[in-house]
Design a protein around this ligand. Structure first.
Ligand SMILES: Cc1ncc(C[n+]2csc(CCOP(=O)(O)OP(=O)(O)O)c2C)c(N)n1
Length: 641
């Protein structure tokens, strides 16, 4: 099937919000796109990667969001349109350059896409990144659905070039991950010559204090002009003007408001201001509507960013009208049609049952059984955790504290491993270990994934050696960024577009800093336990040690085995030999091992087992064996990127 990202003008295509942003950026003629993966933003770059060569776009997965930002910004100051995408917390990592880029500005359209995650479907917090607009004095554009995202992305490039500043596009999970039919209004150019020109201008590009002071005044002037001049379509729309009841909504909240008004048959009972640019909120059109309003309701997801600005306008203008918002609309988590419907109903003083009450929809009678997330069958992290715990006992490492990080391996916080006692942000495992070890007497083991190590693990690894923080670093190298969908990273030696590039090994970096590094293959369980035990003993004698556990993500191995017709080993429990001690079940927590109701012995589910062999190496009775004929040399799949 043809890629919808390359479809011609006038075609109707079904696009995910993130794909809509990618398509619009391509239509806008971007030459450079960079990102670090993170849900719900990842598909933006993934979509661009697919067509990058045809569209002459340089695309990369950078090591982290700060670098991705700098890559795209570097192109924008040389006059090439560019895009950087990240999840909301990624903007924290890139916030240093974000702030400075506002001062220096751009020479070509530059879009910073932040995909926020209200309700924290896959995040450690639910920060509202519209605040970054207020902090940096940069405009924030917020679409209400994927079609909006498509159109507003194109408008954002124009806005960025009108004012020569970066523009922040804020989406949320529901926008990024919803599909919508879109009729394409532009073409994607191919065969372009994407070369820029860097024009020297020390007063602009070198932010020493004297220059920064001047640029700050420029920035505030730009900010004020945007507020004054952009208070019109496409950044703000007044629907059904003239009503004394006013609802102001931005982002996904607008879609809920529209639906609620339709359900309430109340489309003509309120003036609605659809805010596509919540920061800075254009003052003039809001002021005009407020002049004749009796009461206002601001509906927005998460923080009262628009509400605060509306209240400021009303206060400054001396209007004594009641402005409601977070007293009726939840402050936390995603909004829903139910929550917005109730608020709008109350605001408009409409009586009666909700549609779902009148048709008698009640709570789901049979709740879905909770399914806590588990490490996949064959996950290398499971083997490593088992090895490390066993080795810690063998080496007499007393009560180690495992500082954790973000990735699939975070699941190690659960029983039976409990190899994560903290998890805050990327790189935090090693950073927090640096401080914890100064405060407590326990050994501290920092557990970090390979992608996370490259993202934010290097500075704290260096800090530990420099400042004598006696910690152990454990890098879980599964040769991919598994959690976000298997993007490559520097340790794979493969680029975003699948080309071979320089491979950078974590052990080489750690050795060069001063760690003695033990590289293990956790499939060789016994050997690995020996090596890690030795590492722990060395640590106890004062050594700075690190362990790199290398074995490919099981999902990737299974996929490659299917693709290359390789048969992996299949294990089974031999009933006669099995005593039912349950060591395999209790020590591995592998989802391929099940105990049927009433059964006394476990069984291996053949469609889940991919032959990592951990259970076989644990079984004290050798009751778990390979029962098929694996393809000779299959092990290579577990090792090579
Ligand atoms: C600042 C930031 N950027 C991105 C993410 C999304 N994210 C969570 S874990 C992770 C990387 C996980 O990869 P890795 O460290 O290799 O561990 P794996 O999942 O492969 O076990 C990413 C990109 C995040 N939580 N925070």
């Amino acid at each position: 099937m043809a890629n919808p990202l390359l479809a011609g003008r006038g075609s109707g295509v079904l696009l995910l919000g993130n794909e809509a942003i990618a398509r619009a950026a391509l239509e806008s003629g971007i030459c450079v796109a960079a990102a670090y993966p993170g849900t719900p933003s990842t598909e933006i770059l993934e979509a661009i990667v697919e067509v990058a060569e045809q569209c002459s776009v340089y695309v990369e997965w950078s090591v982290n969001e700060k670098t991705a930002f700098e890559v795209a910004y570097g192109a924008a100051i040389a006059g090439l349109r560019s895009l950087v995408a990240m999840k909301h917390v990624g903007l924290n990592v890139a916030s240093d350059i974000l702030m400075s880029s506002a001062y220096a500005g751009v020479e070509a359209g530059f879009l910073v896409v932040t995909a926020d995650d209200p309700s924290m479907h896959s995040s450690q917090n639910e920060q509202d990144n519209r605040w970054y607009g207020l902090l940096s004095h940069l405009p924030v554009i917020e679409p209400s659905n994927p079609r909006d995202a498509y159109e507003l992305t194109k408008e954002s490039y124009a806005l960025s070039e009108r004012y020569k500043i970066p523009v922040i596009l804020r989406t949320t999970t529901r926008i990024s991950h919803t599909r919508m039919p879109i009729v394409l209004s532009g073409e994607v150019a191919s065969g372009r010559n994407c070369r820029g020109v860097f024009r020297q201008d020390l007063s602009r590009w070198v932010l020493v204090p004297g220059n920064a002071r001047r640029r700050k005044l420029e920035l505030v002037k730009t900010w004020t002009s945007i507020m004054e001049k952009e208070g019109k379509e496409p950044f703000i729309r007044i629907i059904n003007p003239g009503s004394s009841k006013v609802i102001i909504a931005s982002g996904i909240a607008f879609s809920y408001v529209r639906e609620a008004l339709n359900l309430l048959n109340a489309v003509d009972k309120a003036t609605v201001i659809k805010v596509n640019m919540p920061v800075p909120l254009p003052r003039a059109p809001v002021k005009k509507v407020l002049e004749s309003a009796s009461e206002v309701l601001v509906v927005e997801e998460l923080d009262p960013v628009v509400e605060m600005q509306v209240k400021d306008i009303a206060q400054t203008e001396g209007y004594s009208i009641r402005i409601r918002g977070k007293d009726l609309i939840p402050l936390n988590y995603e909004l829903s049609i139910e929550s917005v419907y109730s608020a709008v109903k109350e605001f408009l003083g409409i009586e009666g049952k909700t549609p779902w009450e009148s048709i008698g929809v009640v709570e789901t009678p049979t709740p879905i059984p909770p399914r806590p997330p588990v490490l996949c069958a064959g996950c290398p992290h499971r083997l490593t955790f088992y090895i490390v715990k066993t080795a810690a006992n063998k080496a007499g490492l007393k009560n180690p504290v495992y500082t954790g990080d973000i990735g699939c391996y975070t699941l190690g916080y659960q029983k039976p491993f409990e190899t994560q006692s903290t998890c805050f942000e990327m790189g935090g495992s090693i950073g927090v270990a640096n401080g914890l070890v100064k405060a407590i007497d326990n050994p501290v083991i920092a557990v970090i994934g390979d992608s996370t190590f490259f993202h934010a693990g290097l500075p704290p690894s260096i800090n530990a050696v420099y400042n004598n923080a006696h910690i152990i670093i454990l890098v879980l190298d599964n040769l991919t960024t598994a959690m976000t969908g298997h993007q490559p990273h520097p340790g794979t030696g493969i680029s975003a577009t699948g080309k071979k590039t320089t491979r950078i090994l974590p052990e080489k970096i750690l050795e060069s800093i001063g760690y003695r590094v033990y590289v293990i293959n956790p499939m060789k369980t016994k050997e690995s336990i020996e090596a890690v035990t030795e590492a722990f003993r060395e640590y106890k004698n004062g050594g700075m040690v690190a362990i790199v556990s290398r074995m490919k993500c099981a999902l990737e191995v299974a996929r490659e085995a299917r693709r290359s017709h390789v048969t992996l080993p299949l294990y089974a429990v031999i009933e006669d030999k099995c005593t039912g001690c349950m060591a395999c079940v209790n020590l591995t927590a592998c989802p391929a091992l099940i105990v049927e109701p009433g059964a006394k012995k476990p069984r291996i589910m053949s469609d889940l087992c991919i032959g990592c062999g951990l259970c076989a190496s644990i079984c004290p009775y050798r009751a778990i064996i390979v029962v098929n004929n694996p393809t000779p040399g299959y092990e290579k799949l577990w090792w090579e990127p």
